[in-house]
Design a protein around this ligand. Structure first.
Ligand code: WT7
Length: 650
């Protein structure tokens, strides 16, 4: 829901008028070579979407062709219905005749372990694990939760599910057992695939323990498959838990791919919304695969033998679409890395790029700002000559970071693609095309093929040039979410009811005189911390579940590296008084409920929170206080005005 009270300040202060053009050399070899080509295809994709998307879908292999490209009964879309397809077949089998011995995955573990997995080998592993799942009676439509660090098994597990038509739900390895439990319960998973533990900054983490905790009292999870990664000792529950290695040794490597309906669910991925409960975003086979494959090809200008490195964790949508499915659907090599890019030294990414001759590098503004802070001496020691395209995603990128990235990583040679999209959109919707689009630092530029976007006011009326508004999408697209898992109502309400007749993204944006889109950030109660999406409500619910907290309000505060940092305002129950110990305890409590990514960087104890007469907390005021700004705008709606003076003193 749009929080009309914290309606953002839509005045954009960003002034940036530099324009960067792709080099002639790059454009000459690119799939889309100039703006005329972009415009021609874009116009076709909007005017004749069925012709355009049918042609793109034909690049995949279908067991049976679709009857209709699109059936649209707002807000429910069906793409390629009647078609039969399999995801793992398209990612693997169809490449085997000419690319069987090429690397599918190059993996770089954080402790120095390395693996190179060819398409033949990946195919074999996936078939074996698919048979293991079958052995556990996993059938079409059953849910499998995957809770793994960034090791090759995470991709194997996802692909194995798709091979037999099971619906995977990957849960980010950094989530706590409680957050994991919520997701396992909502999905009613039959099997969980996990690991003993992983590595973080050289330390061993414990993940199987978290699964055991999450499963206490849970009856519907029949089996747990445990990959051995860091060798720590873990509990294995008899008849429920089995070691991945043992199971794989005995499994057959022959497994026919299930013929899935185009509209069968492919996966559910939980993401934060504006309530305390995460949403299970549902993506389907035909549409998702078609659009992910084609977006990866054009936006990163993929060519045979490319080596694509997306640094995102597979626990997020970026990892689904551009670590696993996008690169594999296109038959290139995907680089999978475990642990922080700066560990063991800040040189790791640049060394890796030179060593493997990586061609595309796709990361988040928060990482770029961190590299920037560490200093350009690190990338300067490396030629990075193999790089062709560099990309950014997850939050608005400030022009300064954009330029640093362009100069120091792209070495003024590689086009930067600033890609806007969401868990819900499945694939990139607003972006430049590296061989065609003149880029402006800080702008995600123009809509991608098939994407009919607009910036509008609350009534759905287009805003004027450079005037802020809400970013909406007018027409369905193949990789859009189909619903919220088991909750059509929430799907309708969140995405199709805020502004009549269009998909509501929740982002504020403006378009400049050239039609370029400048994303201005979320307009609802969602914050982006180091690119991770968190609902303020989720963190607030975590805080108030602690016995000391009476009320809590969470806001995002601008942060140089993380984009936004979490600031929590809490009022305490009568028996409790403020102390450093209590503040630390509250931080730890949030970590326990959600995970380390949600730990507030500041917890401020207050007597009371500013509220409207109807009792709604006025976060806009708290945000100004957190950021040390003057409180602007209307304060006449505050019911408890005396609190304002106290807050100002903070
Ligand atoms: C939100 C979606 C899908 C990518 C990973 C994040 C913000 C994403 C950009 C960009 C400005 C961006 C938006 C969006 N966002 N990309 N290039 N420029 N903002 O997926 O966790 O679902 O978050 O991330 O606010 O709504 P997500």
């Amino acid at each position: 829901m749009i929080n009309k009270i914290i309606k953002p300040d839509f005045k954009s202060t960003l002034k940036e008028d530099r324009v960067f053009h792709p080099s002639k050399k790059f454009s000459a070899n690119a799939h889309i070579k100039n703006m005329a080509e972009y415009t021609k295809l874009y116009n076709e994709s909007i005017k004749k979407p069925e012709v355009f998307w049918a042609r793109e879908a034909e690049n995949l292999e279908w067991f049976k062709k679709w009857d209709n490209v699109l059936e649209w009964k707002q807000p429910f879309a069906k793409w390629f219905s009647g078609g039969k397809i399999n995801c793992s077949y398209n990612c693997l089998d169809r490449h085997l005749s000419d690319k069987g011995t090429q690397s599918a995955i190059i993996w770089d573990g954080e402790n120095g372990d390395k693996r190179n997995i060819t398409y033949n080998e990946l195919h074999e592993e996936v078939c074996k694990l698919a048979n293991v799942l079958k052995g556990f009676k996993v059938k079409k439509g059953d849910r499998v939760v995957i809770y793994l660090p960034m090791i090759p098994e995470v991709a194997i597990a996802m692909l194995a599910c798709t091979r037999i038509g099971a619906i995977h739900s990957v849960v980010f390895g950094g989530y706590s057992s409680e957050a994991l439990k919520v997701r396992i319960n909502d999905a009613r998973a039959k099997v969980v695939i996990t690991v003993d533990g992983g590595y973080r900054k050289g330390n061993k983490t414990r993940m199987k323990d978290a699964v055991d905790e999450a499963l206490s009292g849970v009856k519907f999870v029949k089996n747990v498959i445990v990959v051995k990664r860091n060798g720590i000792k873990v509990q294995m529950k008899k008849d429920r838990d089995f070691l991945y290695g043992d199971l794989m040794k005995k499994a057959s490597s022959v497994c026919q791919p299930a013929k899935m309906n185009a509209e069968d669910p492919l996966f559910v991925l939980y993401t934060s919304g504006t309530t305390g409960i995460p949403k299970g975003v549902v993506h389907t086979h035909g549409g998702y695969l078609t659009q992910v494959a084609m977006s990866a090809k054009y936006i990163f200008d993929l060519h045979p033998n490319d080596k694509f490195w997306c640094t995102a964790d597979v626990g997020w949508i970026t990892g689904h679409s551009y670590v696993v499915y996008g690169p594999l659907l296109n038959g290139v090599t995907t680089i999978v890395t475990e642990g922080l890019p700066t560990h063991p030294t800040p040189e790791r990414p640049w060394k890796l790029i030179d060593k493997h001759k990586i061609t595309q590098f796709y990361t988040a503004p928060t990482a770029i700002r961190m590299f920037m802070k560490i200093g350009r001496a690190w990338p300067a020691r490396h030629k990075l000559k193999s790089l062709k395209v560099i990309g950014t995603v997850g939050e608005p990128i400030n022009p300064e970071a954009w330029t640093w990235y362009y100069n120091n990583i792209g070495k003024r040679r590689c086009p930067v693609v600033d890609t806007w999209w969401q868990t819900e959109t499945g694939s990139i919707l607003v972006t430049s095309l590296p061989g065609a689009t003149p880029t402006k630092p800080g702008s995600a530029t123009l809509p991608f093929f098939g994407v009919d976007v607009a910036v509008v006011d609350m009534k759905g009326k287009k805003t004027k040039v450079n005037e802020g508004g809400y970013l909406v999408i007018n027409k369905p697209w193949p990789s859009m979410l189909r619903t919220v898992y088991k909750n059509d109502e929430r799907y309708k309400k969140t995405y199709w009811n805020e502004i009549k007749g269009v998909y509501f993204s929740g982002d504020g944006a403006r378009r400049d005189k050239d039609g370029y889109i400048w994303i201005m950030g979320r307009t609802d109660d969602i914050i982006k911390v180091a690119g991770h999406r968190l609902g303020t409500m989720e963190i607030e619910s975590a805080l108030v579940s602690h016995k000391a907290v009476a009320e809590a309000a969470v806001v995002g505060k601008q942060d140089e590296i993380k984009g936004e940092a979490i600031v929590a305002f809490v009022s305490l129950n009568l028996k409790f008084t403020e102390s450093e110990k209590l503040i630390n305890e509250l931080g730890a409590h949030v970590v326990k409920c959600i995970g380390p990514i949600a730990r507030p960087s500041q917890i401020i104890v207050v007597d009371d929170l500013p509220k409207t007469r109807s009792g709604k907390i006025i976060r806009r005021i708290l945000k100004s206080i957190a950021e040390g700004n003057e409180i602007k705008g209307d304060t006449s709606t505050i019911a408890n005005a005396d609190i304002l003076e106290k807050l100002k003193k903070l």
